[in-house]
Design a protein around this ligand. Structure first.
Ligand code: BES
Ligand code: ZN
Length: 882
């Protein structure tokens, strides 16, 4: 490692910056290998600083320093000191002063994709969280807010388009030099992480939006030439986002122009730079032939997400990086609500909860567990996690559940009014909620500081004589690394009690209180609620809408689950009942397979599933969710320890085959009747039908009958859009033999020149459950279209393999582990963010049976023993082994 013992940063050590920077004037001369940045800063001592500073310590990384001027006077090298990470200037005036610093950086050599880099031939930047310091020396922390003016200059042919934040205030040619310039001014003070600049041969697709106060905003989406016909959906999604934020949150856009640039090389999905969002191109570009329904939905959601940051993140930013959930959790909550309002609320909730359980729950119960607001970190980039994002969004959702939609709106109105232009904290946000809605959130605050998923046990007993249903709850949160003792949490629990006819019974407590909204509050380690006037033994529907991010166990019988599958008025819980029922069969069958026994019949489950599918009032998208059985990782989590991924796989395939045989007729009918005629539309209705039809197709093929597999091949050949093509390939990738090879060859031949579509080709092979998957992935590394330097390629091949192919990644001989470990080490030499994220795939290694555990451990130890790890990877590997 560069630094043998990386430092841990603590929230408790936060102190305000010694200095503030009011204005930044950047003069940037873009050059592939030597970009010159001249930065003029107006600086003043921070009146809130804890002590009078003796020097200013600026952050800077991978910079070549040319000159430093203090109040126009050039300093000599003896006037300042430098390290690999800082420039320290002592002997400063007592009052305000001006610093002018000239540095050079090398975008071409920047493969970490942080700071200024080149994506193909385009110059672009990524500054969150700490990339601005790789562009110029600065106080690179989110509580230093400045007004930026940026002058960009470049060879006109190399970079005919020059963009930065804010509004364009000047542009022109520099005589006959062949260079030109553009001057951008951002009137809104912002932290350095929201700075962006872009230069290159880009073309633009434009649109307009008129805001609620009648201002006209230019919407510009910049892409590489030839991609113009793939921007329509992104533009439409942007307009919907702007409108929705006005209607639902009263938030209006605040510049004359909103720009998006799509680039091919990007560490993340997208970035909310003020007025100039930068996107991974896979989240912008879409045509029916190249993008799936899932891609279209992701584009809509991510455009929404980044746009919504304009208020939650940009106008009100974070005081420090420990407060990351303040912008990310809230903004994820907002984008989930956006999708719920535009599409189906029940289906969105199911998919958000699936995401939470698949990614956040394992994080929270493993070696990398941390609170939604962490109290320490080594590398902040490692904390853009499912916990900060997804659990952070759940905390916002619980608050909304408790204070109501209107209360939540009043609270956010107050938050924006009070903190506009501020760098705020979680406490600031919570205070606004408390004040605006007169709610006590003191105990609720524990959710932000306490890691781990609370485990709640509920049990219902019914007293025939008193007609009383007694519902008892107990909660414990298991210990997590560094947090042994946990305190009880305040949890909103939405519930209903179903009477014999399946309707909800009125809820009245023995205190006389009526629970009209079905909401009760848990606050203590154990609590009992007595519901009166219950005429017969009810079936409880608990945690409706997944009203709190917890693991709930209750004493429901299989009959109860069947009843809920057919009757629950809460569609989330109706779906959950089916999943819980399936999980009982799957865990039993997994044990049977491990013991060499044949599982008993699953006809009871198949019957209940058929009954619930028959409800024609349910929209197709919802019925598609019902048809998807719990995933292999759902089963692994349910089993919890001594996990054998092969046994789980066999159990799941067995249950799928059982359902396929039992429901063959119904599934065929669903397949036939849900064909979508006419031109492709990515809107929710058609998307839902395709989802249902393709779910039926896949389940039919699970029968193993030749005709059912042939149907998949035919589906592939007839498909007129990428959604149907991928649905077929997703089944064929698990089939040994000619059908598979023919389809994959055909797909490759058609799409080898399209870098986004070919990523799907890599992924689909990586998730194959054929036994030689690790060897196939190994071979694909050598494919001319694969590159470790491009994050999308790495995610397509290794991300899919390590996170979505448990039998391959955890193959008994350890080949999957060692393949991923090799890739992690290779990538770590140039892109630490990606290598560290990829190692996250090992986070559940202690859940595996002992032989696989020891194979995973030795790979982790092999990585840990390397002497030149990045800080990012060092933190993840040491914590994972701890
Ligand atoms: N601010 C982030 C992007 C980011 C994350 C930049 C980490 C630097 C480091 C952005 O708003 C974001 O959250 N993007 C997500 C997508 C979103 C829909 C959850 C992403 O990129 O995955
Ligand atoms: Zn975000």
């Amino acid at each position: 490692m560069d630094d043998p013992s990386p430092q841990t940063i603590y929230l408790k050590d936060y102190t305000p910056s010694d200095y503030l920077i009011d204005t930044v004037s950047l003069d940037v001369n873009l050059h592939p290998t030597a970009t010159r940045v001249r930065s003029r800063l107006t600086v003043r001592p921070n009146p809130d600083a804890v002590a009078r500073p003796s020097a200013i310590v600026l952050d800077g990384e991978a910079l070549e320093l040319d000159e430093v001027r203090l109040d126009a006077k050039k300093l000599s090298p003896s006037d300042y000191t430098r390290t690999d990470n800082n420039l320290t200037i002592p002997n400063l005036p007592d009052g305000p002063f001006e610093l002018e610093i000239t540095t050079f950086c090398n975008p071409e050599a920047n493969k970490a994709l942080s700071g200024l880099y080149r994506s193909r031939d385009i110059f672009c930047t990524q500054c969150e969280a700490q990339g601005f310091r790789r562009i110029t020396y600065f106080l690179d922390r989110p509580d230093v807010l400045a007004r930026y003016t940026t002058r960009l200059q470049a060879d006109k042919e190399m970079a005919p388009v020059l963009l930065s934040n804010g509004n364009l205030v000047g542009s022109g040619k520099n005589g006959n030099s062949g260079t030109h310039f553009a001057i951008w001014e951002d009137p809104h003070p912002k932290p350095s992480y929201l700075f962006a600049m872009v230069g290159g041969a880009l073309v633009c697709v434009s649109g307009k939006f008129t805001t609620m106060s009648g201002r006209e905003v230019d919407l510009l989406i910049y892409v590489e030439p030839g991609e113009e016909d793939r921007c329509a959906w992104a533009m439409e999604s942007l307009k919907r986002s702007m409108k929705w934020d006005e209607e639902r949150f009263g938030r209006e856009y605040d510049l004359d122009v909103f720009m998006i640039v799509a680039v091919s090389d990007f560490n993340m999905g997208a970035m909310e730079n003020k007025g100039l969002n930068v996107f991974n191109d896979k989240l912008i570009l879409a045509r029916p032939e190249t993008a799936t329904d899932a891609d279209y939905a992701a584009i809509e959601a991510v455009i929404g997400h980044e746009y919504f940051h304009n208020w939650t993140g940009n106008r009100v930013t974070c005081r420090d990086w420990f407060q990351l959930c303040l912008k990310e959790g809230l903004t994820v909550f907002r984008d989930q609500e956006f999708t719920s309002d535009l599409r189906s609320r029940a289906v969105e909730r199911i998919s958000d909860v699936r995401m939470l359980k698949t990614h956040q729950f394992p994080e929270d119960s493993g070696p990398l567990a941390h609170p939604v607001r962490p109290d320490c970190y080594i590398e902040i980039n490692n904390f853009y996690t499912a916990t900060v994002y997804e659990k952070g969004a759940e905390l916002c959702r619980m608050i909304e559940t408790m204070v109501g939609r209107e209360g939540f709106r009043a609270a956010t109105d107050l938050y924006f009014e009070r903190h506009d232009g501020d760098a705020a904290t979680v406490e600031d946000f919570i205070s606004c909620i408390s004040e605006a809605t007169d709610t006590d959130l003191d105990q609720f605050m524990r959710w932000y500081n306490q890691a781990g998923t609370p485990e709640v046990v509920a049990s219902l007993s019914y007293n025939t004589k008193d007609k009383v249903a007694e519902l008892s709850f107990s909660q414990v949160t298991p210990a997590t690394p560094g947090q042994e003792k946990k305190q009880p949490l305040h949890m909103p629990i939405k519930l209903g009690l179903l009477g014999q006819n399946g309707d909800d019974l009125p809820l009245r407590l023995d205190s006389g209180e009526e629970i009209t909204d079905g909401l009760i509050h848990l606050r203590d380690a154990s609590q009992t609620f007595r519901f009166t006037d219950i005429p017969s033994p009810p079936v409880p529907s608990l945690l409706r809408g997944f009203s709190a991010p917890i693991k709930l166990t209750s004493n429901l019988s299989e009959r109860d689950l069947e009843f809920l599958m057919a009757n629950d008025s809460d569609l989330f819980n109706r779906w959950q009942a089916g999943q819980s029922y399936a999980l009982r069969f799957l865990t039993r069958a997994t044990a049977d397979f491990r013991n060499g026994k044949d599982p008993a019949s699953a006809s009871a489950f198949a019957g209940a599933l058929a009954a619930s599918l028959r409800d024609e009032t349910l929209e197709p998208a919802y019925r598609a969710e019902v048809l998807k059985l719990p995933s292999e990782s759902d089963v692994a989590r349910e089993i919890g320890k001594d996990v054998d991924p092969d046994a789980i796989h066999n159990a799941r395939e067995w249950l799928r085959a059982e359902v396929s045989h039992a429901l063959h007729g119904e599934l065929e009918e669903l397949y036939e009747t849900n064909a979508v005629p006419g031109p492709y539309s990515p809107e929710a209705e058609d998307t839902g039908k395709r989802a249902l039809r393709n779910a039926a197709l896949a389940l039919l093929a699970a029968s193993g009958e030749e005709s059912d597999v042939m149907r998949v091949s035919a589906h592939y050949e007839r498909a007129e859009n990428m959604t149907d093509k991928i649905a077929a390939l997703g089944v064929l990738t698990h089939q040994e033999g000619k059908l598979r090879e023919a389809a994959f060859d055909d797909f490759y031949g058609k799409w080898k020149d399209d870098h986004l579509v070919i990523d799907k080709w890599f992924s689909l092979q990586a998730i194959s459950n054929l036994s030689d998957a690790p060897e196939r992935v190994q071979a694909l590394i050598k494919h001319p279209l694969f590159s470790f330097k491009t994050p999308n390629k790495v995610r397509a091949l290794f991300g899919a393999f390590a996170n979505m192919n448990p039998t391959g990644f955890c193959r008994a001989d350890g080949a999957g582990f060692s393949l991923v470990a090799d890739a992690v080490l290779e990538i770590d030499t140039f892109n630490p963010q990606i290598s560290a994220r990829m190692l996250g795939a090992f986070k559940s290694w202690r859940m595996l049976e002992s032989s696989r555990q020891s194979k995973a451990k030795s790979e982790l130890e092999r990585i840990a023993s390397h002497n030149k790890l990045s800080r990012d990877l060092f933190e993840i590997v040491t914590k994972t082994l701890d």
